[in-house]
Design a protein around this ligand. Structure first.
Ligand code: SF4
Ligand code: FES
Length: 248
């Protein structure tokens, strides 16, 4: 198949960007969007031109670093699928595809399709450490946890920090991400000493860097890990607990 690509090019954060148009031919519909960008870059390098900069690592929905905006949607047209797993069969042969970075005021463009998502790392850092007593491996029977409870905690722990939820939110909020990070820790019996302060510190850092949540729900619509919106309700609950615990 053949596609016309409109790709965002930007030298660095200080400069303004623009779209550049490329034609890519002889594509296989089973190729991913990233493989198509690899193909384009081969073409550009052979022609002695500057390749398009984008991020990728695992290419199997684990690392969260590949997020792009494809035809206006974070990650691409296929719901709940990371950019690296979006296949070209989603596009009509001969069509035009617009590819740009994840768009959010909190994610400045570093170059072309690469954005700085470190504000998400700052939220995690604000949560502090988790104190787990070192020593020999504990007897798995010593701390029984209900299987359903574990599965629910894993639903939240599945967040890969891709930032698509922020880019999809009209307010640029990071409530789904922060909720996922806070909730999976609060559901498991990791020492609760840090729990008292964790949500409050993480929410304060979130509010410094991101917009407010108005519960539009766009975040959950694009989340490749299908983190449920209940993460946001759970975040508010943990925050209130944290607030009162710190003042009693
Ligand atoms: S909550 Fe979903 S969309 Fe947001 S960072 Fe985590 S995995 Fe990505
Ligand atoms: S490259 Fe790792 S999630 Fe896409």
């Amino acid at each position: 198949m053949k596609l016309t690509l409109q790709i965002w090019r930007q030298e660095n954060t200080a400069t303004s960007g623009h779209y550049e148009t490329f034609e890519v031919d002889q594509l296989d519909s089973g190729m991913s969007i990233l493989e198509m960008l690899d193909r384009l870059n081969e073409q550009l390098i052979h022609a002695g031109k500057e390749s398009v900069q984008f991020e990728s690592d695992c290419r199997e929905s684990i690392c969260g670093c590949c997020g792009l905006t494809v035809n206006g949607r974070p990650h691409g047209p296929q719901p709940h699928v990371t950019t690296c797993m979006q296949r070209l069969r989603m596009f009509t042969d001969g069509s035009t595809v617009r590819i740009e970075p994840l768009r959010s005021a909190s994610f400045p463009v570093l170059r072309d399709l690469i954005v700085d998502r470190s504000p998400l790392d700052r939220i995690i850092a604000a949560g502090g450490h988790v104190a787990v007593p070192a020593g020999t491996a504990p007897d798995p029977e010593a701390m029984l946890i209900d299987h359903t409870h574990v599965e629910r905690a894993l639903d939240f722990a599945a967040c890969i920090g891709c930032g698509a939820c922020v880019a999809a939110c009209p307010n640029g909020a990071a409530a789904l991400f922060t909720g996922a990070k806070v909730t999976h820790l609060s559901m498991l019996p990791v020492p609760s000493v840090e729990r008292k302060n964790r949500a409050e510190h993480m929410v304060a850092t979130m509010e410094e860097n991101f917009g407010p949540c108005s519960q539009y729900g766009e975040c959950a619509n694009v989340c490749p890990q299908e983190v449920p919106l209940t993460a946001i309700a759970s975040l508010q609950k943990e925050r209130l607990k944290s607030f009162f615990a710190a003042r009693i």
